[in-house]
Ligand binder design. Structure first.
Ligand SMILES: Nc1ncnc2c1ncn2[C@@H]1O[C@H](COP(=O)(O)OP(=O)(O)O)[C@@H](O)[C@H]1O
Ligand SMILES: [Mg+2]
Length: 247
């Protein structure tokens, strides 16, 4: 459904560019969760931002349902709606002074055809309808991330790009949000690109795993293969680090 081909993203001066993403190709199929993992600075967020149009790639192509996704923000509304991003820090991605109802209302103003019942949307992400009148600043980190998810789901997307969506949360809240994401994917037939520096987290949710290092995809395959028999020593080192943390 989503196909990224030979993506290359550079920053800095044209004469001496820094290559943040160097020829990355990956696909996310219908109802599939692909985990994108790699240490900080490996280029994961830049891939995510390219997919949602916040970054303009130097070269490569992105197609969605066989249609070319134009670079940058000049994409048709239907495409903007279909691919939604959930960010790492729910506190800074939500305006603290806005009520939950107005945050969701804003999404519905942008995409009126998606507008529906607020209480049902909140229930869908495990929030009580009483939260609607509260400001983001009054909510816990976990509640904020549920609101971010509700805002993304409000426009009835087909693909969620979750960039470190649980990384700022306590481990127990992390587990709740991961379970919720998996439930939502099933209930709404979503596809997901789930990005995290933490292989232990990716392991809990991904069907397939892609491993990035210094802008390059070094390994990609079914989660059981990548975790059970990593082909690249970098994947092995991420795995060792995750196991060490768990024990
Ligand atoms: N807007 C930008 N301008 C300059 N360099 C950037 C920009 N965005 C990211 N980078 C650099 O690109 C590299 C990859 O960053 P990023 O995609 O955020 O990695 P990750 O999400 O894996 O931590 C890093 O070295 C980062 O400093
Ligand atoms: Mg990042």
């Amino acid at each position: 459904m989503l196909e990224v081909r030979d993506l290359r993203v550079t920053f800095g001066p044209r004469r001496k560019p820094f290559v943040a993403v160097d020829g990355v190709s990956l696909t996310v199929g219908a109802n599939e969760t692909v985990g994108l993992v790699g240490e900080s600075g490996s280029g994961k967020t830049t891939v995510a931002r390219s997919i949602v149009g916040l970054v303009r790639p130097a070269s490569g192509s992105i197609t969605y349902d066989g249609r070319a996704v134009p670079a940058g923000t000049s994409r048709p509304g239907e495409l903007q709606r279909a691919i939604q991003m959930v960010f790492q820090d729910p506190r800074s991605s939500l305006n603290p002074w806005m009520t939950v109802a107005s945050i969701i209302g804003e999404a519905w103003r942008t995409h009126p055809s998606a507008a529906s019942d607020l209480d049902r949307l909140l229930a869908d992400v495990g929030l009580d309808s009483s939260v609607a009148g509260q400001r983001a600043s009054q909510l816990s980190g976990g509640q904020c991330q549920r609101v971010s998810l509700a805002r993304a789901l409000a426009v009835k997307p087909r693909l969620l790009v979750c960039d470190e969506a649980v990384s700022a949360l306590d481990v127990s809240v992390q587990a709740q949000i991961l379970r919720l994401l998996d439930d939502l994917r099933r209930r709404h037939n979503l596809s997901m690109l789930f990005i995290s520096h933490d292989l232990g987290v990716v392991h809990q949710i991904a069907d397939r795993i892609a491993v990035m290092r210094r802008g390059v995809l070094v390994e990609e395959g079914p989660a059981t293969d990548v975790l059970g028999a990593p082909q690249h020593e970098y994947t092995q080192s991420l795995l060792d680090a995750a196991l060490e943390l768990n024990s």
